[in-house]
Design a protein around this ligand. Structure first.
Ligand code: FAD
Length: 447
């Protein structure tokens, strides 16, 4: 395996690819090592762009979740039965649903100006936009009702950004992990992507000397671990890098979904196609959750009289509830390589879920009715958006795994690019923030 690269990145998900692009833009030669195989054609592109899912969008979610490898889906809710990884070229960035809001709980790893600059870059890398949504009848009419509803709590309904390009036929081309690299002019020449599972990071004092892979050692000047919020700390632990905060302060999103049959006055006329709406009410005041109203993917299989409803009459409500970062909420890494979870929800965490579900039901009754069999359903705990497992901290005082530049405390050339770096209780989907952080980390690596 090649040893002549400036930087080796472990993992080809969106964060790994964003770090690779940024480093290549700065002139570095980069090797990306990915343990998984291709699950999309071309490799690393978004699975959802295939003809099958464009023609039959309802078949997408089961096909995507078939690529989730659950850690243990038989455990009780504190042990996170929904926690899963995806080993694939492009990671979960080939199956995600591409919702890309900016973060709501930023911390002082960079100035506000730098956060804005890096968010703008991340939005460019991911092709984030919400341009066409004003053409949607449901977007306009439901948006007006949501604004009246959210106004008294100091919140607003706004367009929900998505990572993708609207095609001429009105359908969305979803951004996959490798689009991040391919859209960067000429940078792909400086990035090599190889198949390889990294077994161990080999250190000598404050320095990483090499990675041990299934096919032999790999050396570089600098190493970036971008293996996702579960596998990244797992690899550190297995390599004997075990700071006190590793796996602790874990946060994730309990996520409820319901589907609504929208009243006809909010919809386009029967038989007239409508751009699918994407609306968000960001957290604010005492409403510490994130409510989305959109027509995207649904986990339900409705039956009976509601089985056949025209697509332009449907929306889903997604209720996303952040979990407080507390030291005792944790992933536990075992000597035999296993990971287990212990994340008891507090009364405050549970209170947010109650509030968010109440809000979903109220919105449903304002714009239509719940589709039969599609009442708010909580996805298995741990399913969505794990953060905090390798959190950043301002000081090396046991509350963080990496410094504010993503460099692992105590090591000179070992960096992380994962949502696990996020140290705060973020209510919104994390990937755009994670990609911004990956860019931030890449900017601090000497090339
Ligand atoms: C169904 C679904 C829908 C989602 N929708 C959204 C959304 O709408 N908005 C949003 O913000 N987020 C969403 N997410 C979350 C989003 O996909 C993740 O935030 C994102 O993929 C994280 O990127 P990553 O690069 O950190 O990790 P990953 O995408 O998990 O990629 C990590 C890669 O590293 C590889 N790897 C790990 N360890 C090793 C090793 N030792 N050696 C070699 N390779 C290794 C893995 O095989 C994997 O391919 C969704 C996730 C799912 C599953």
């Amino acid at each position: 395996m090649s040893v002549s690269h400036d930087v080796v990145i472990v993992g080809s998900g969106p964060l790994g690819m964003a770090a690779a692009r940024r480093l290549a833009e700065r002139g570095a030669s980069v090797l990306v090592l990915e343990q998984g195989a291709a699950i999309a054609d071309p490799p690393g592109s978004h699975l959802r762009n295939s003809e099958q899912f464009l023609k039959q969008p309802d078949t997408y979610l089961p096909a995507a979740t078939a690529h989730l490898e659950f850690i243990d889906d038989t455990v009780d809710q504190d042990a996170l039965p929904g926690a899963a990884v995806t080993r694939a070229i492009g990671g979960q960035g080939v199956i995600w649903t591409n919702l890309c809001p900016r973060g709501d709980a930023l911390w002082d790893a960079m100035t506000d100006k730098k956060w804005s600059e890096r968010y703008r870059l991340a939005e460019r890398y991911l092709e984030v936009q919400s341009d066409r949504l004003d053409r949607s009848v449901r977007q306009q009419k439901i948006g007006a009702v949501l604004n009246d509803y959210a106004g008294p709590s100091g919140r607003r309904a706004t367009a929900l950004p998505v990572a993708g390009r609207f095609r001429d036929d009105g359908l969305l081309h979803y951004t996959g992990s490798f689009d991040i690299l391919n859209a960067g002019n000429g940078v792909s020449d400086r990035v090599t992507i190889d198949h390889g599972r990294v077994e161990r990071i080999v250190t000598d004092g404050h320095v990483v000397r090499r990675l041990e892979t299934e096919t032999g050692p790999v050396e570089a000047d600098t190493y970036v671990i971008a293996g996702g919020a579960i596998s990244t700390p797992q690899l550190l632990y297995h390599s004997g890098i075990r700071p006190k905060a590793l796996g602790r302060y874990l946060s994730y999103h309990p996520l409820a979904v319901c589907q609504i049959v929208v009243a006809p006055e909010f919809c386009s006329d029967a038989g007239v196609a409508d751009v699918d709406p994407r609306l968000q009410i960001r957290p604010g005041g005492r409403a510490e959750w994130y409510t989305l109203v959109l027509h995207d993917v649904s986990p339900f299989t409705p039956e009976g009289e509601d089985a056949e409803i025209a697509s332009n009459r449907l929306v889903e409500i997604q209720s996303i509830c952040p979990v407080d970062n507390e030291e005792h909420k944790r992933a536990v890494f075992h000597e035999d390589g296993r990971v287990t979870f212990d994340v008891p929800l507090s009364d405050a965490d549970l209170g947010r879920m109650t509030g968010a579900e109440k809000e979903a039901r109220e919105i449903a009754s304002l714009i239509g009715r719940l589709r039969e069999g599609c009442d708010p359903a909580w996805m298995p705990f741990g399913f969505a958006h794990m953060t905090g497992t390798t959190r950043m901290s301002a000081l090396d005082n046991g509350t963080g795994v990496a410094d504010y530049n993503g460099c692992v405390w105590g090591y000179d050339n070992l960096y992380l690019a994962t949502n696990g770096l996020i140290p705060t209780r973020m209510a919104v989907n994390p990937t755009l923030t994670g990609v911004s952080l990956a860019i931030h980390v890449a900017d601090h690596i000497a090339v």
